[in-house]
Design a protein around this ligand. Structure first.
Ligand SMILES: C[S@@+](CC[C@H](N)C(=O)[O-])C[C@H]1O[C@@H](n2cnc3c(N)ncnc32)[C@H](O)[C@@H]1O
Length: 409
C-alpha cells in the first residue's frame, strides 16, 4: 500500500508535493463551518458533502478543463464546485430528486432570468391564501405524493405549496419553473421536515421570499465565479440512473476520462432518508417529488442499496461491488478515486468495504502525514448530522472516513 500519489507536477493545478496536498486535504476535512456559498443551500440534501473538502480535492487532483465524476451525486455539491472551478463534471444518481436539485444548482441563470424570478416571488407572495382554492396535479394526488399534507396540522402549508407550484408552472421557461420549484422545495423542507411545531402560513410566505432572494444571490455568485474561472463555462451533466453499469452509458464513455472521482455512496448500516420528509411526528411523505415534478423511484431500499433488515448487509455489499466495478472501469491510472463513507459499525464494515474496493481493482492510498496516526486514514466528524432512524450501531454516523484509491497497476 503506497502513500498518496504525488500529483503530476505538469498536470496538477497546484504544483506541490504530496505532503502539501495532504496538509490541504486534512485541513479541509477538519472544517466544520456550515455549508454556504454559491448554490449549495438550494436544498439540504441528506448526508451532503462538505463543499470545502470537495473544493480542496478538485484543486489538488485536477486542473481546469479536466473531467470530474460523482456517481452518487445527491444534491450536486461536486458539480457546483467543479463548475465554479472551471472543470467539466458528470453526476449520476438513482434518485430523480437528486438530479432535479443538481440540475437547478448548476444552471447558469442570466441576469434577466433572475430579475424575472424576483418579480415572480413578489407576485406569488401576495397570492398565497389558504381561503382560496388550490389546484393540485391530479396525477400526483392520485399516486399519494401529498401523503400527510392534509392533516389538521399540515393542510395550510400543503395548500400554500400547491398555490405557489401552480404559479411556478406559469413561468415562461422550464428553467425558470425549475428554479421556482426548488425555492418551494427548500422552503417546504424547512417548514415541514422533522418539525415539532410547524410555522404559520405567514412564516412560510416570509421564508419563501427570503429563500428565493438568497438563492438568486447564490446563482449570481456562481455565475460570476464561472466566468472568472474560464472563458467558456465547463460542461456539467446530470444523469438519473444507477451507478451500476455506468461504463456502458454513451455520455460517459465518449470523451475524456475522469481525472477525479469524488463521491459518497449510501452508508452501510446507516439509514438515511434521502427520498422522504417526516411530518406530523415520523410520518413519511414523498412530497419532495411532487414539488420537484419528478417521479419517485421506489421504497427506501432503492435509494440506500439495501434494506433495513439483515445484519450482514449482503445486499448492500453486492450493490457496492457492482457500483465500484463500474467506477473502476471508467478510471485510468491517473484517476484519483475519493470516497467519503460513514458506517454504523466501522469495526467490520470498513474492512468489508475495502475488500470490495480491492477486489474490483482499486488500491488504497494513504496520506503521508497520517502514517503514524490511528488506522492511517483520514476521519472527520460531521457537524450537525442527524439521522432519522436506526441508530443501532456503535457509532451514530457522525464520523466519516475519506478513502483514497487508484487503479492497481
Ligand atoms: C450520501 S448521498 C450523496 C450526497 C452527495 N455527496 C451530496 O453532496 O449531496 C448518496 C446518494 O446515492 C444515491 N444512490 C443510491 N443508490 C444508488 C445507485 N445504485 N446508483 C446511483 N446512485 C445511488 C442516493 O439516491 C443518494 O442520493
Amino acid at each position: 500500500m503506497g502513500n498518496l500519489d504525488k500529483p503530476n507536477a505538469k498536470k496538477s493545478a497546484l504544483a506541490i508535493g504530496s505532503r502539501r496536498a495532504a496538509s490541504l486535504l486534512i485541513e479541509a476535512a477538519g472544517d466544520t463551518s456550515p455549508v454556504a456559498g454559491f448554490t449549495h443551500n438550494f436544498y439540504r440534501y441528506p448526508a451532503r458533502f462538505s463543499p470545502k473538502l470537495v473544493r480542496a480535492a478538485i484543486e489538488i487532483f485536477t486542473q481546469p478543463g479536466d473531467l470530474i465524476l460523482d456517481p452518487f451525486v445527491g444534491g450536486g455539491t461536486t458539480l457546483v464546485e467543479a463548475l465554479a472551478l472551471g472543470r467539466h463534471a458528470i453526476g449520476t444518481d438513482i434518485s430523480s430528486l437528486a438530479t432535479f436539485v443538481s440540475e437547478v444548482k448548476t444552471t447558469l441563470y442570466t441576469e434577466q432570468e433572475l430579475n424575472t424570478l424576483i418579480k415572480w416571488i413578489r407576485r406569488v407572495r401576495e397570492g398565497i391564501n389558504i381561503w382560496s382554492p388550490a389546484h393540485v396535479n391530479a396525477k400526483y394526488e392520485a399516486a399519494g405524493y401529498m401523503r400527510h399534507l392534509n392533516s389538521a396540522a399540515t393542510w395550510r402549508l400543503g395548500k400554500g405549496i400547491a398555490q405557489v407550484l401552480a404559479s411556478a408552472k406559469r413561468l415562461s421557461t422550464p428553467q425558470l419553473e425549475a428554479f421556482a420549484r426548488c425555492a418551494v422545495l427548500r422552503t417546504a423542507q424547512w417548514a415541514l421536515d422533522g418539525r415539532k411545531k410547524l410555522p404559520s402560513i405567514d412564516g412560510f410566505r416570509d421564508a419563501l421570499m427570503s429563500n428565493t432572494v438568497d438563492m438568486i444571490d447564490g446563482a449570481r455568485e456562481l455565475r460570476k465565479a464561472v466566468s472568472a474561472a474560464a472563458e467558456r463555462p465547463p460542461v456539467i451533466r446530470c444523469l438519473n440512473r444507477s451507478t451500476s453499469g455506468l461504463e456502458t452509458e454513451k455520455l460517459v464513455t465518449t470523451g475524456r476520462k475522469p481525472r477525479l472521482v469524488i463521491t459518497s455512496p449510501p452508508y452501510p448500516g446507516v439509514h438515511v432518508l434521502y427520498h422522504r420528509w417526516q411530518v406530523d411526528g415520523r410520518k413519511e411523505t414523498p412530497a419532495p417529488f411532487w414539488i420537484a415534478n419528478r417521479l419517485d423511484g421506489d421504497g427506501a431500499a432503492y435509494y440506500t442499496m439495501g434494506d433495513r433488515g439483515g445484519t450482514e448487509l449482503n445486499k448492500y455489499f453486492a450493490s457496492l461491488r457492482a457500483s465500484l466495478q463500474s467506477i473502476a472501469a471508467l478510471c485510468t491510472h491517473e484517476t484519483m478515486v475519493i470516497q467519503v463513507v460513514a458506517f454504523s459499525e466501522p469495526s467490520w464494515m470498513l474492512s468489508r468495504y475495502l475488500s470490495v474496493a480491492d477486489d474490483v481493482g482499486l488500491r488504497e492510498r494513504f496520506l503521508p502525514q497520517l502514517s503514524n496516526v490511528g488506522d492511517r486514514r483520514l476521519w472527520r466528524t460531521v457537524p450537525n448530522r442527524k439521522w432519522y432512524a436506526d441508530q443501532r450501531g456503535e457509532t451514530n454516523g457522525s464520523q466519516e472516513v475519506v478513502l483514497f484509491h487508484r487503479l492497481k497497476s
